[in-house]
Design a protein around this ligand. Structure first.
Ligand SMILES: Cc1cc2nc3c(=O)[nH]c(=O)nc-3n(C[C@H](O)[C@H](O)[C@H](O)COP(=O)(O)O)c2cc1C
Length: 363
């Protein structure tokens, strides 16, 4: 390890943002479970999120949770559009906290990618007879491929209503005991659809110039920040590039990060892609880490890196080199909820505050 890195933060160094301290830099990336009915969390979510909290992650971010029924990707997606959604989440979050992890949630609206079948049912747009519903987007442009439904181009009233839905969902997330909130503005869902010129061809103040395309997200962020307490971290996930000519790119992401920082965002979660089908993505180990590193260096905003991070030394290096403040893992934590404990052992770090004492004889 180079001398400079010895004093640098590492994977198992706690991170404090606002009043919240993560016990380490490992987060569970939000992962749709498609297992809700009417948006409600149930025992599956308790076990799924609870197991990963017990597995030692510092941060457990619950799946993309719809701010309105029409904002769900599938009929099985989680929601926070009604007060009844809060109670089952309180139980889950209490358990996550008891395990020493910070409970977080990602809220979003699926835009033109809503009204789809669950992935294990093919993932294609649902016809009305099969339980589908009309979709909304900045412009009446279909995603294509298995999602051919042409969305309704949002009126200004639609925009205000969805922004209000984000605010109401935020208030319910607070009541549910979440301590970390992430706005979903990535992967081709509604907020990302506003950002990219490939999906936003509006001619009003929400389309065209960069300033206009970022307006939906900035206004939503500002409105959310007004009701999400100052003491709690607010994150935004973006796709740092569409990987497509004429689309959203890293340069715009840097400028957006500056604006989001000014709007009170504490961390940018740096993902990529999924705005349009058929795009070639050079996926490989840590392939999105460079976006996080660049944005962190250029703007001074804290970042999370995500995408094919599977190896303890790789994850540790990302933090030590200042490429990100937090690493988020998705599929590797599905394969092994105890990855954080394994990683600590592999890196010679203490597992004292991570491995549940019920399991202490295993380690
Ligand atoms: C089952 C599954 C569900 C996912 N759901 C979401 C989601 O709700 N929100 C989101 O932003 N990304 C979602 N993703 C993407 C992951 O959060 C993550 O960015 C991606 O899988 C890359 O990380 P990985 O290589 O560690 O899996 C999902 C991924 C998987 C595998």
């Amino acid at each position: 390890m180079p001398a400079k890195s010895n004093n640098a933060p590492h994977l198992f160094q706690p991170l404090t943002i606002k009043s919240i301290t993560l016990r380490n830099r490992i987060g569970v990336s939000p992962m749709c479970q498609y297992s809700s009915e009417d948006g409600l969390a149930n025992d599956w979510h308790l076990v799924h999120l609870g197991a990963r909290a017990a597995g030692g992650a510092g941060l457990v971010i619950a799946e993309a949770t719809a701010v309105s029924p029409e904002g769900r990707i599938t009929p099985g997606c989680a929601g926070l559009w009604a007060d009844r959604h809060v109670e089952p989440l309180i139980r889950i979050n209490r358990f996550v906290r008891q395990q020493g992890a910070v409970p977080g949630i990602q809220i979003g609206h699926a835009g033109r990618k809503a009204s789809a079948a669950r992935p294990w049912d093919g993932g294609a747009h649902l016809e009305a007879e099969a339980g589908g519903w009309p979709t909304l987007a900045p412009s009446a442009l279909a995603f294509g491929a298995e999602l051919p439904m042409v969305p309704h181009a949002m009126s200004i009233a639609d925009i205000l209503r969805v922004q209000n839905d984000f605010v109401s969902a935020t208030q319910r997330a607070l009541l549910a005991g979440y301590e970390w909130l992430e706005l979903h503005s990535a992967h081709g869902y509604l907020s990302h659809e506003f950002l990219s010129p490939l999906s936003n061809q509006r001619t009003d103040s929400y389309g065209g110039a960069f300033e206009n395309r970022i307006r939906f997200l900035l206004e939503t962020t500002e409105a959310v920040r007004r009701v999400w307490p100052d003491r709690l971290p607010l994150a935004v996930r973006i796709s740092c590039t569409d990987w497509a000519p004429g689309g959203w790119d890293l340069e715009q992401s840097v400028e957006l990060a500056r604006r989001l920082k000014n709007a009170g965002v504490d961390l940018l979660d740096c993902s990529s892609g999924a705005l349009i089908p058929g795009v070639k993505i050079p996926a490989g180990p840590g392939f999105q880490v460079g976006f996080s590193e660049h944005i962190r260096r250029e703007t001074g905003l804290a970042t999370a890196a995500v995408g094919l991070i599977t190896d303890p030394a790789q994850a540790d290096q990302i933090v030590r080199l200042g490429q990100a403040d937090v690493v988020l893992l998705a599929r590797e934590l599905l394969r092994d909820p105890h990855w954080p404990v394994r990683a600590a052992r592999a890196l010679g770090q203490s597992t004292a505050d991570m491995a549940p004492r019920q399991y202490s004889r295993a380690w």
